[in-house]
Design a protein around this ligand. Structure first.
Ligand code: ATP
Ligand code: MG
Length: 267
């Protein structure tokens, strides 16, 4: 971080919100350094946007936090109330159970599972490391069936009792899967890409409701209307580092953001 806009550098968020502290985090693929962050705190504000040009390292940063990609150097720490847990020392499946959950930019195929089975599996995975043993069991459906149905009622899946078909349906399913895990901090990687505008608005409304209940969101999006309208603070990433952060109006008007990302005439 080289510049700020009214934020204390690092530190625990006031009001007890869990935060993710990133220190000395680097990742290279071959001779290309794609993430190189000295210090960054995510999650201090309820909704934080993470934007930047293609290839800036946004997805890689999120994958490093979740440990779906291994860092070369550095630490990622979850600071939650008085507890500090070094996520970068944990196996990936433990990270979700601590309340840090991520959607995927490219939706994963749920290997032939129906909508219901994929959601039941997500819930079961939270409670058991051998989910195949339990996910069909009645108690998972009994404890979470109503909640799953309420999500499925909210969105018009073409075949709610069958499979997700379009990319948009798979994206929605991924967001619902994450929300069922009751995250403290939800990392969203282009959650509305490929969704029609009205469904995008529905997803954002649903996320706003969760944020009002205490969940924090870190969202990567190229749909900047979503970013400007939804974020409390925006981090601007370029060439592997977050080089600016501030409120949406500040970032939107900043000459570096215009030059490296938005292009003139955008503001
Ligand atoms: N597994 C990998 N192997 C090699 N290079 C990779 C790998 N994953 C990412 N990269 C490279 O790292 C750089 C950063 O990629 P990343 O996907 O993190 O960018 P991004 O900011 O999410 O971009 P976009 O906005 O296009 O999604 C890119 O140059 C990409 O080609
Ligand atoms: Mg990406």
């Amino acid at each position: 971080m080289s510049e700020g806009n009214g934020r204390a550098p690092g530190g625990r968020a006031p009001g007890g919100r869990a935060t993710i502290r990133i220190s000395g985090l680097t990742k290279s693929f071959g001779d290309q350094t794609v993430v190189n962050i000295d210090e960054l705190v995510l999650g201090a504000k309820p909704v934080e946007g993470l934007i930047g040009p293609n290839g800036a390292g946004k997805t890689t940063l999120m994958r490093l936090i979740m440990r779906s990609t291994k860092a070369d150097t550095g630490t990622v720490t979850l600071e939650d109330g008085s507890s500090e847990v070094m996520l970068s020392k944990l196996p990936p499946h433990r990270i979700a159970s601590l309340g840090v959950v991520k959607t995927n930019q490219v939706t994963q195929d749920f290997a032939g599972l129906t909508i219901w089975d994929s959601l039941l599996l997500a819930v079961a995975q939270r409670h058991d490391e051998r989910p195949h043993r339990v996910y069909r069991e009645r108690h998972v459906r009994e404890s979470h069936g109503e909640e799953i149905r309420s999500y499925l009622d909210l969105f018009e899946f073409s075949e709610p009792e069958g499979f997700a078909h379009s990319t948009g349906e798979k994206k929605l399913l991924d967001v619902i899967r994450c929300l069922l895990l009751k995250p403290k901090i939800l990392l969203l990687d282009e959650p509305t890409a490929g969704l029609p505008d009205d469904v995008t608005a529905q997803v954002i409304d649903m996320l706003r409701a969760k944020v009002a209940e205490g969940m924090s969101v870190v969202i990567v999006e190229h749909d900047l209307d979503v970013i400007w309208g939804f974020s409390d603070v925006v981090h601007f990433m370029a060439e592997g580092d977050v080089i600016l952060e501030g409120d949406p109006a500040y970032i939107r008007a900043h000459s570096t953001v215009v030059e490296k990302y938005l292009g003139s005439g955008h503001v």
